[in-house]
Design a protein around this ligand. Structure first.
Ligand code: NAD
Length: 487
């Protein structure tokens, strides 16, 4: 059986490359190649820039309310096609259908809807200066590049294109080479909704294509989601033409469970924040600090629920709640971290091995894994693993646990469980992280800005402030009286 071959999406349609080079995409749950994708060669790259220039001219000339109306049509189509798009995400990522069906498309559509609503509300300022005055305009940047990771491919494409397009920019988007189809579907939907050709283009490939985007002088901004190390390379390359950057990078986030917490709720948060999307979520609370008075109760319930309630298997089965990791290579990396945890003296509470479920025997599964007796300097406690691996640590002093939680170069997210309202806010205000939860974990509505402190990122996605990251301010001074000149 031959598999489909997808071309790059340029100027409103698929465009064949000249080299004929392609790459294969596998379903992580079956280890089978499901389709091929053409790599963006020089011909495609040049066409993408020309297309985006034309797209920008047409799109930025429209009024914000016209752009908003078209984007809202795209939102409606996304929602209409929820199941078809969710299936694309399941086959590309290996994540469970029960998640993709209600989260991936919906949270992407929400963000486009949110920014479509905000677009006509963007205003400049006006101020008198003597008899003269000035006013400001919020103008789009031009061509923006989006570079995505593989864990939420369609959602990431929506989160980057929503504010960029609402503000009047054109976009060239490069999805991860592991999960390239969702962005193509989005491109088709934008065209169907009436977004002019050239406004949203999709180029395909791995780091070389990403590097071309970050170095290209016609591109004004790069919004990147991926690893910290890659983010540093992207930023260094973008500096060559002084591009604006947004960086959504990795984390190693702490969850603090105090002895007055609702322990069952804290266990729910810990499991969601480590096993949802089989642990491949940037904000995961992979360091769980539990107060010594509730430690035993916490790990007893955690062990029972992890061993009884997790169902791994064919991700398309609606009962399955633990999917396959993205690739064989990533599965090996995660298992390598588990070995390191054991070698460095942590105790396995549960899990620790590769899994081969009956309904998906060739998939890249890893058992939901919990380590206890963890120490702050262990590799599993310090490094992002990006798999279903949780480290549990004990504490007994508030100031001490805050200091331990902050002792990392990362600062993406953090959480606190306590019923003491003053402690909740006091502690969360001291945690060095951009996305924080009190008695909750993981929710990220379109209205809430998200992004990292320290090396977890720069700039924000979602929330009102993100529109500013896709516009530039033009100040215009207006003289109302004769110029006084010494010449
Ligand atoms: P990655 O850094 O390997 O790749 C991300 C993207 O960058 C891919 O599209 C890749 O092709 C491209 N790329 C690779 N090298 C490049 C280069 N030199 N120049 C330009 N582009 C290049 O990350 P990944 O493995 O795809 O994703 C997992 C990582 O993403 C984790 O660290 C995770 O924490 C992070 N992440 C962060 C967020 C967030 O919002 N903060 C969200 C999701 C994932």
């Amino acid at each position: 059986m031959t598999t489909p071959v997808y071309e790059n999406f340029i100027n409103g349609h698929f465009l064949k490359n000249q080299t004929g080079d392609t790459f294969a995409v596998k379903n992580p749950a079956t280890d089978e190649v499901i389709y091929h994708v053409e790599i963006a060669d020089e011909f495609i790259q040049n066409a993408a820039i020309e297309s985006a220039k034309q797209g920008f001219a047409a799109w930025s000339a429209m009024t914000p309310i016209e752009r908003s109306r078209i984007l809202l049509k795209a939102v409606a189509i996304l929602r209409d096609r929820n199941d078809e798009l969710a299936k694309v995400e399941v086959l590309d990522t290996g994540k469970p259908w029960q998640e993709a069906e209600c989260v991936d498309v919906e949270t992407g559509a929400d963000v486009i809807e949110y920014f479509a609503g905000l677009a006509p509300a963007q205003v400049g300022q006006q101020q008198m200066v003597g008899n003269d005055f000035y006013y400001t305009r919020k103008e789009p940047l031009g061509i923006c590049a989006g570079i995505g990771a593989w864990n939420y491919p369609l959602q990431i494409a929506c989160w980057k294109s929503g504010p960029a397009l609402a503000a009047g920019n054109a976009v060239i988007f490069k999805p991860s080479e592991e999960t390239p189809l969702g962005a193509i579907k989005l491109a088709e939907i934008f065209i169907e909704a009436g977004v002019p050709a050239g406004v949203f283009n999709v180029v395909q490939g791995a780091s070389e294509v990403g590097q071309w985007l970050t170095a290209n002088p016609n591109i004004e901004k790069v919004s990147f989601t991926g690893e910290v190390g890659t983010g540093k390379k992207v930023m260094a390359s973008a500096a060559g033409s002084l591009k604006d950057v947004t960086m959504e990078l990795g984390g190693k986030s702490p969850l603090l469970v105090f002895d007055d917490a609702d322990v069952s709720q804290a266990v729910s948060a810990a499991m969601l924040g480590n096993f949802y999307t089989q642990g491949e979520i940037c904000t995961n609370c992979t360091r769980i600090y539990v107060h010594k008075n509730v430690y035993q109760q916490f790990i007893d319930e955690l062990k029972t629920r992890t061993e009884q309630n997790i169902i791994a298997g064919d991700p398309m089965d609606p009962e399955v709640n633990l999917g396959a990791l993205i690739s064989k290579k990533h599965q090996e990396l995660v298992l390598g971290y588990i070995d390191k945890g054991i070698q460095e003296g942590a105790t396995l509470l549960t899990g620790g091995k590769a899994l081969s479920p009956v309904s998906a025997p060739n998939g890249y599964f890893v058992e939901p894994t919990v380590f206890v007796d963890c120490k702050d300097d262990m590799t599993i406690v310090k490094e992002e693993i990006f798999g279903p691996v949780m480290s549990v640590l004990v504490f007994d002093d508030e100031d001490d646990v805050i200091q331990r939680a902050n002792d990392t170069h990362l600062g993406l997210a953090a959480g606190v469980f306590t019923k003491d309202i003053q402690r909740a806010h006091r502690v969360i205000h001291q945690l060095q992280a951009g996305i924080c939860w009190i008695n909750s974990y993981g929710n990220s509505p379109a209205e809430m800005p998200v992004g990292g402190y320290k090396q977890s990122g720069i700039g924000r996605e979602n929330g009102i402030e993100t529109l500013d990251h896709y516009t530039q301010t033009k100040s215009i001074y207006v003289g109302m009286s004769n110029i006084e000149s010494p010449f």
